[in-house]
Ligand binder design. Structure first.
Ligand code: ATP
Length: 326
């Protein structure tokens, strides 16, 4: 069996801030996603609050996508007062098995197990980081790309060859989105900080900040401290945001280019929530253009955390027989 053989997978994402469910239909290629975002009232993500958000919203997002799937099949829920039978509509349940916040992961795992049991279908445990990359590779149609994951808690450059991902470079300290969010917390902006930095940077002038690439790895903690210091010393926040974006994204672009050069690949795929930033995509596209490589970034809804990426990778794993006992 392959994932092209008419598989419908329900995916559940629950690693941190996104309580999300999706149904991926491999026949039509459609991905129906429903997400409830947790936005902390102050500071960064609080694990206990994030878990409470999961507990409240996972059942409703799952029910919403199931209901839309029933609608598509012309069998509206509860017509005759009976429990709707979804077991014919869904072939497998996939869930984000990690990495993520422990209390959230337990809830996502328990929800997925209960649902797989209720529908009497196999269960698939998906790695959240591989899903961030695989969804882009899936939509790009690329064979052996270099993949840049620029997400909240992570930052890696990987090469895909012979069905395997290999880490070529990664952050030596904090994730790229988390680094940006730490700066915005310092200046008193609410979470998430990335979109606010992007907006402010458009009004700013470039300021120098430390540029740290060591071989294939990069580091963000020094630049964060320098950005906070620069702001405290009176540099306009828009200018710090501009310097921050230009420096961090140039580091990611340099390592991605080196990975393309070393691997001989002519394809680059972007993944992760920071990939929603127009300036990052512009820099990567321009670098690829200059060396004759193809660049692909999926739609924004598949860059940030979402259950669509879990369902897409879940379908491939299910087709390969990679299931878990409930
Ligand atoms: P991970 O996926 O690594 O576990 P996560 O769940 O926090 O981490 P994502 O959902 O992929 O990560 O991305 C969230 C991050 O993306 C946040 O740090 C947020 O500030 C950042 N972000 C969102 N939009 C933008 C933007 N336009 N520019 C830069 N960063 C952005």
């Amino acid at each position: 069996m392959t994932a092209d053989d008419g598989i419908r997978v329900l995916g559940i994402e629950g690693t941190a801030w996104a309580a999300s469910a999706a149904v991926y239909d491999s026949t039509t290629g459609s991905v129906d996603v429903e997400t409830e975002a947790y936005v902390p009232e102050s500071g960064g993500l609080h694990p206990r609050e994030a878990a409470e958000h999961m507990a409240t919203h996972l059942p409703t997002v799952v029910e919403t996508v199931l209901e839309r799937t029933r609608g598509e099949r012309g069998s509206p829920a509860g017509d005759d007062g009976e429990e709707p039978d979804d077991s014919a509509a869904i072939d497998a349940v996939a869930f984000s098995r990690g990495p993520g916040l422990g209390p959230c992961l337990r809830l996502a795992g328990t929800s997925a197990r209960a649902l797989a049991q209720r529908l009497d279908v196999p269960l698939v445990g998906v790695n959240h980081m591989v899903a961030h990359l695989e969804v882009g590779r899936h939509f790009s149609g690329f064979e052996d790309p270099v993949c840049l994951n620029a997400s909240g808690a992570n930052a890696h450059v990987l090469g895909y060859r012979d069905g395997r991902y290999r880490v070529l470079g990664e952050t030596m300290d904090t994730g790229v989105g988390n680094a940006i969010d730490k700066f915005t917390r310092h200046v008193g902006w609410s979470h998430p900080g990335g979109p606010k930095v992007e907006r402010a940077a458009r009004e700013g002038a470039y300021v120098d900040l430390p540029y740290v690439v060591k071989g294939m790895d990069f580091s963000f903690s020094g630049i964060m401290s320098a950005a906070k210091q620069s702001y405290d010393n009176g540099t306009p926040v828009e200018d710090v945001c501009c310097g921050l974006q230009e420096t961090i994204f140039a580091m990611l672009t340099e390592v991605s280019e080196r990975a393309l050069s070393l691997s001989g690949s002519t394809e680059l795929v972007l993944g992760g929530g920071v990939g929603q930033n127009d300036r990052l995509r512009e820099m990567l596209a321009s670098m690829c253009d200059q060396r004759g490589a193809d660049f692909f970034a999926p739609e924004a809804r598949f860059l940030r955390d979402n259950a669509g990426m879990i369902a897409v990778l879940g379908a491939k794993m299910y087709a390969a027989g990679e299931t878990l006992p409930v």
